[in-house]
Design a protein around this ligand. Structure first.
Ligand code: SF4
Ligand code: FES
Length: 366
């Protein structure tokens, strides 16, 4: 914050925060955190110029400022609207916002295929989360959906244009991180598509970051495609001395096998900042070429939001449920039996929890 920047008070869904002048409503809401924060499909704080495309972050400004308390006549995009002193904003407390957001989700899903069961992004897809939280259960759309051929953009990246929501994040990433952008959005309206024009491959050292910024499964890692579901993998923080980038990554392992490498993401799904304030973008070599555990210094398991499906089966910061016996009985039970020893169902020499893979009929008594 530049010295002398005044602080403005803004209240979002009844919670007040003080932020420097020039802060957007979305950034102020992120400072408060939780439900107060509007979803964002196109805005990405690390990319200049992002935001203003998808309208998922719409909010209602019920009081413009202390000086001019009139409400804003229309819902505004919180990622592009800066706060004023004394501003009051409604996000989840506004019926209008929830209704508009459901409409935006419906629009985004008009052409998006419902192929989550076979999409590599499932489990970490922002559109999937958005439609669970704000979408409607059915669709009113009766026309044919827009479909495109799949393209391989060079050796590492697969483009599934049919899933793209035209958020422009990958275009800004290529513009701001690589020397020469080779892809962009061609055509307009219903025909708009991400394209490399004459199928030029994207070969720049940092182009792999487009996979991390893509909120849906339109850009996926060809070295990982269909190899595993993310919720079966164990995310680990790891680093290496890399001459090209910060070398700080998340490894997605199953056992000792590295299935994929990604940049480290924060609670908003954006690539984290390094201690020096720079963004921890990673290079293609770290992302696509270093697929052995021995290539990395493992720091430990990565903490994943416990509401994410990915956190299933990982036990960092797990909330251990209370012992129910004393709670229900009002005292410790006098005797506890080991179910395995007394069960009439298992074969006595089989411990179901120790066998490899699923149990079969042989493991149980007839
Ligand atoms: S490919 Fe992904 S990142 Fe690029 S515009 Fe489409 S949805 Fe956004
Ligand atoms: S996140 Fe604000 S318009 Fe897309």
């Amino acid at each position: 914050m530049a010295e002398g920047t005044p602080l403005f008070k803004v209240t979002i869904d009844g919670r007040t925060v003080e932020v420097p002048a020039g802060t957007t409503i979305l950034q102020a809401a992120r400072k408060i955190g939780g439900e107060v924060t509007p979803p964002a499909m196109c805005y990405y704080s690390k990319l200049q110029g992002s935001g203003g495309k998808c309208r998922t972050c719409l909010v209602e400004v019920s009081k413009g400022s202390d000086k001019d308390p009139r409400p804003m006549p229309k819902l505004v995009a919180s990622c592009r609207t800066t706060v004023m002193d004394g501003m009051e904003v409604k996000n989840v407390t506004s019926e209008k916002v929830l209704d508009a957001r459901a409409g935006v989700v419906e629009f985004l899903l008009i052409n998006h295929p419902l192929d989550c069961p076979v999409c590599d992004q499932a489990g970490e897809c922002h559109l999937q989360d958005l439609s669970y939280e704000h979408g409607k259960a059915d669709t009113r759309y009766e026309f044919q959906r827009r479909v495109f051929e799949k393209h391989s953009l060079g050796p590492y990246i697969q483009l599934h244009m049919t899933r793209c929501i035209l958020c422009y994040r990958c275009v800004y990433t290529a513009d701001q991180l690589t020397n020469k952008r080779q892809h962009g959005i061609l055509d307009r309206g219903d025909h708009a598509e991400i394209a490399t024009y004459i199928e030029k491959s994207l070969e720049n050292d940092f182009i792999g970051n487009v996979i991390d910024v893509c909120p849906v499964g339109a850009l996926t890692d060809r070295t990982f495609r269909f190899k595993n579901r993310v919720w079966f993998l164990k995310p680990m923080n790891a680093h290496r001395e890399c001459p090209n980038c910060c070398g700080k990554v998340t490894l997605w392992n199953r056992g000792d096998e590295v299935f994929r490498v990604t940049a480290r993401k924060d609670e908003w799904g954006e690539i984290e900042d390094l201690p020096d304030g720079k963004t921890a973008w990673i290079c293609n070599e770290c992302r696509f070429e270093k697929k052995k555990t021995s290539d990395w210094v493992i720091e430990g398991p990565r903490e994943i939001n416990r509401h994410s499906v990915i956190s299933q089966g990982h036990y960092v910061n797990a909330v251990v449920p209370n012992e129910t016996f004393p709670e229900v009985m009002g005292r410790e039970p006098r005797i506890k039996l080991q179910i395995h020893d007394v069960s009439e169902v298992n074969e006595p020499d089989r411990n179901i929890s120790l066998i490899e893979g699923p149990a079969h009929s042989d493991d149980f008594k007839d």
